[in-house]
Design a protein around this ligand. Sequence first.
Ligand code: CTP
Ligand code: CA
Length: 225
Amino acid sequence: VEAKGATGPLSGRTAIVTSGPTHEPIDPVRYIANRSSGRQGHAIAAALARLGADVTLVSGPVTIPDPAGVKVVHVERAEEMRDAVVSRLPADIAVMVAAVADWRVATSSEQKIKKKPGEAPAPLQLTENPDILKTVGHHEKRPTVVVGFAAETENVEDNGRTKLERKGADLIVANDVSPETGIMGGTRNSVKIISKAGVAEWPDLSKDEVATRLADLIAGRLNGA
Ligand code: CTP
Ligand code: CA
């Protein structure tokens, strides 16, 4: 059976997608993480593949299965994710969906940190992780279409516009990840699509519907629609 995407609007195009959280080790048994499930990023990778793109999905640790029709690279830490993405440039499309940990432990312990009864633990020293979207958005091999997400709990549109500019993205998919929305880790999403041209609202869709629409939008931009 011929692949559905073989003659699709993205056939002959390459795409790199990041998804899921990253895990930043504290010691061999403990890590810093966040609530990302990988559902939105994985759905976007699958949607781009359905349109015919050759998709590499760089995924942090998730419990959902690898999506059909895409190459999957599994990583744990932000620095590994950055290396996996940058080493695969050039590409036509980059969609950075991962909830990359903003900080890592400056020097993770090689041995399990033992508690000393009655003593407070040593504070964790954190250091900033590389910004993968910003790196890709300003890279000499910058993809033609660079898409980022903006996870916000307030001022969604303003913060999304700031990220569009700062990170060198063509589109920012901004969403409200306040706990009461249930978006982080859930199956539905409600987003604003921010570009230089303005803002479009895509309220209350499944993460699969957001993925399908975003893949169509990317194909349109790439093909000059
Ligand atoms: N991102 C990334 N690498 C990082 C941090 C974020 O690639 N180290 C990407 C995310 O994948 C997303 C976009 O940048 O596409 C925005 O992530 P977000 O966490 O909303 O923004 P930050 O720049 O990290 O700012 P803050 O968390 O303070 O809002
Ligand atoms: Ca962040």
